[in-house]
Design a protein around this ligand. Structure first.
Ligand SMILES: Nc1ncnc2c1ncn2[C@@H]1O[C@H](COP(=O)(O)OP(=O)(O)OP(=O)(O)O)[C@@H](O)[C@H]1O
Length: 358
């Protein structure tokens, strides 16, 4: 059986982790939840750094099982672990740090070469540098490459961007996006950041006080108004589409989505037919009862209201079905009353901004 199946129970004086995870065998799964909900404890238990009760199976390999008394210690679990702070060996240059990772696997079991890890994390120009001469973002890229060089069956990442400032985060993010596209192993990614979750994770586990409140595809969970991700400032719909046209003169990309199209400005050439992921922030969508034909807004989609929920004081979140594409809109409570909006109503969604996710 591929993927990860884990039942974990860990009891501490003031905290109990009690979860069942069923995760896909590739792609990034984000563990998301408030501070203290048990995200790090969950990773540590999977790694065997905490002795949780239960069972862990990773891509068919049994790592622990209480019922039969089976227990693999951490060093025998084929995993890579990346922490908030890159813990590189200070006396070894980048290449030697990575070779240390490589040597943890005998040559016959290596599935990732040093060159592949260097290429994926863009480290070619840094190989002879010592850790103290690297920026925080570069150090973190080396730490990820070193973890990959161990040919893990799963990569565990505990808030790998949390210790970086905004500029460094932006620098490392494209490498994480590349990993997400090219790795054929599952990645578990702990994060506090809805933005990171939306950009990186195809699958999501929401934790609250040591328990799973929901798990499933990220796009589905982000659109559920009963879950916290729909209520922050980053509340958004993720929309899958295909490039239908790229007008180079106007820098305008037309993306075919289920039941319609969205247009956005982009400066990078795109191939017609290319598959793309779009993010439409709830705060960038407004609603109208009638089709405003003379508007400057390019994207105007007929939609039906599927859910309504109070948001921050004075605001309402509206979930919409636009001919099969889910969108969220955040509007003022006053507008909601003025338009007398209710579930089932037909409206027009005016989409002011659309972002390409890759
Ligand atoms: N070594 C430990 N001994 C006792 N309690 C601990 C230990 N480590 C964590 N805890 C407690 O277990 C609970 C879960 O902690 P954990 O670090 O897993 O949460 P988290 O969701 O990762 O939090 P954060 O987002 O702040 O990193 C917390 O109440 C924490 O105080």
């Amino acid at each position: 059986m591929s993927g990860i199946q884990a039942r974990l129970r860990l009891t501490r004086p003031d905290f109990t982790l009690d979860i069942y995870l069923e995760l896909p065998g590739r792609g990034v799964t984000a563990l998301f939840g408030p501070s203290g909900c048990g995200k790090t404890s969950c990773l540590r238990a999977l790694a065997g750094l905490e002795r949780a009760q239960g069972s862990v199976r990773v891509n068919g390999e049994l790592w622990q099982d209480n019922a039969s008394g089976h227990w693999l210690p951490t060093h025998r679990r084929a995993l890579g672990y990346v922490f908030q702070e890159a813990s590189l060996f200070a006396h070894l240059n980048v290449r030697r740090n990575m070779e240390y990772g490589l040597r943890r696997q005998p040559p016959a079991r290596r599935r990732v070469s040093l060159e592949q890890a260097v290429e994926l994390l863009g480290l070619g120009a840094l190989l002879t540098r010592m850790p103290h001469t690297l920026s925080g973002g570069e150090r973190q890229r080396v730490a990820i490459a070193r973890a990959l060089a161990t040919s893990p069956r799963v990569l565990l990442m505990d808030e790998p961007l949390a210790a970086l400032d905004a500029a460094r985060k932006a620098e490392v993010m494209p490498y994480l996006e590349r990993l997400q596209r090219s790795l054929d192993i599952p990645v578990l990614y702990v994060s506090h950041s809805p933005d990171e979750v939306a950009r990186l994770a195809s699958h999501l586990v929401l934790l609250q006080a040591g328990r799973v409140t929901a798990q499933g595809p990220t796009a589905e969970l982000m659109a559920r108004l009963d879950l916290p991700l729909a209520h922050g400032d980053a509340a958004a719909a993720l929309v899958q589409g295909r490039v239908a046209a790229h007008d180079v003169h106007d820098h305008l990309l037309t993306v075919a989505i289920q039941g319609g199209q969205l247009q956005l400005i982009t400066h990078r050439p795109r191939m017609v037919g290319e598959s793309v992921r779009l993010r439409v922030l709830a705060r960038d969508v407004s609603l109208a009862r009638t089709h405003a034909g003379d508007s400057s807004i390019l994207n105007l989609l007929p939609a039906r209201i599927t859910q309504l929920a109070d948001d921050e004081p004075g605001q309402v979140l509206v979930a919409l079905d636009a001919a099969g594409t889910t969108l969220l809109a955040r509007i003022t409570r006053r507008s909601c009353q003025n338009l007398a909006l209710a579930v089932g109503d037909a409206v027009f969604a005016q989409v002011k901004g659309v972002a390409l996710m890759d």
